[in-house]
Design a protein around this ligand. Sequence first.
Ligand code: CA
Ligand code: CA
Length: 508
Amino acid sequence: MAVPIGKRLVAKSYLLISVLFITLKSIGCDNIASGASTSDPEAPHRRFEYKYSFKGPHLSLTDGSIPFWIHSGNAIPSADQVRITPSLRSQKGSVWSKNMVLFESWEAVVTFRVSGRGRMGADGLGIWFTSQQGLDGPVYGAADKWNGIGIFFDSFDNDGKKNNPAIVVVGNNGKLVYDHQNDGTTQALGTCLRDFRNKPYPIRAKITYYKKSLTVMINNGFTPDKDDYEFCTKMDNIVIPKEGFFGISAATGGLADDHDVLSFLLFRLTEPGQQKPPAEAEIPKEEKDKYQEEFENFQQDLDKKKEEFQKEHPDVLGEPSESTYESVNDREIRQVFEGQNRIHLEIKQLHRQLAMILDEQRRYVSVITDEVAKKGINADPQMSSVIATQQEVLKNLNDLRLSFQESLKQVGSVQHQGNAAGLGTYETVQHFNEIKEHLHSVKRDVDHLVQRSPPNPAEKMLKCPDFPPIPPCLSTLHFVVFVVIQSVLFFCYIMYKSQQEAAAKKFF
Ligand SMILES: [Ca+2]
Ligand SMILES: [Ca+2]
């Protein structure tokens, strides 16, 4: 099967990162260990073994495998943990170190969570050191008749003695069949009662095999303090295989828990005074060279790929993004929009002013009408003509206002369309034409008003400014001019009216 080069490269880089990360970690752990040994001369020398360990945040590779470990069954490795079993019924899973452990004394620190929604869970989790990898089987997901030692975190109370969850240590020489019905109590070398399910912090189990003694210490997950261990059990004169594999397995039954392992850290223990394993052995020279070579190859591949990509996509690199500069089209559209906005605002303002004038006009008309009503129907014919003219003015103004309203709508819709689909379409041009027509009709109305306003010869005495010649093309300036004319006209009317009133007073 051909694996894509990209994937392979990524996998390689992950492996390198993992190895580097674990190695760096080991330096840190080693320092801690050295610190401990200086305070207690009897304490063993402790050295981290990255080939038998895993932990986040780069626990698994992109292909789902764990460096130096194999997983089987329902186990699901992810970046920061291995879910040995999900909380589904009858699941089994396990992870096992690929390499055989060849040193005699060790300390394993396992961080895990057992969590489920029920008050009771099942079945439990096993930590193993056995001469063979027990990839599959009935004992917490691992093989029965194992040769070595199993530390079981038994969630389910099979014998009904209300003594679960419990931690049970069972040794086997490869012939014993695990006593599930009694929760292994008949075979237990050591045991302690601890509830390890659903704790706020992960559970930590520190299992030490040193000078033929096996000690199990538990951090109960109630505190974030990682070194807060409690004694669980200790077995002296225990003989376990000299060489073997580490494993973690879990199983669910009718009830189910998530069994998640966050890390497995292994330390090699050496008695003080004994010759420490050579520091060089941590990463043998040939292995170092191999990784170095792999890294260089990876770097070369990466550079090559980069070059190829640049060749294939010359437009992607080396050119500033197009958004930096404005194209001619974009600029035109922007300018049109800005112009549109200005027109829109001007028309709006005109509309408002027109409404005000209309109100004023209405007020005057009502005042005059009242006046006429008071004077009787046979009033001055001049007065009737004034009223008629006023009403005409009112009507024209109203028309003018409606026209403006229509224009406003048109401009608004054009802007909306422009925003949605860009400018320059046929519809837009049409809208512009319509607006133009409306504006022409407005102009006509204004002309009409100007012509009709002087109702009698008295008006002629007043000098109103000349109407400016209207250029063929319309602009917002013309609107302003119209409004000015309208205002002047209005002023003229007021003057005229006051004169009329003065004249009427003379009659009576
Ligand atoms: Ca059980
Ligand atoms: Ca039990």
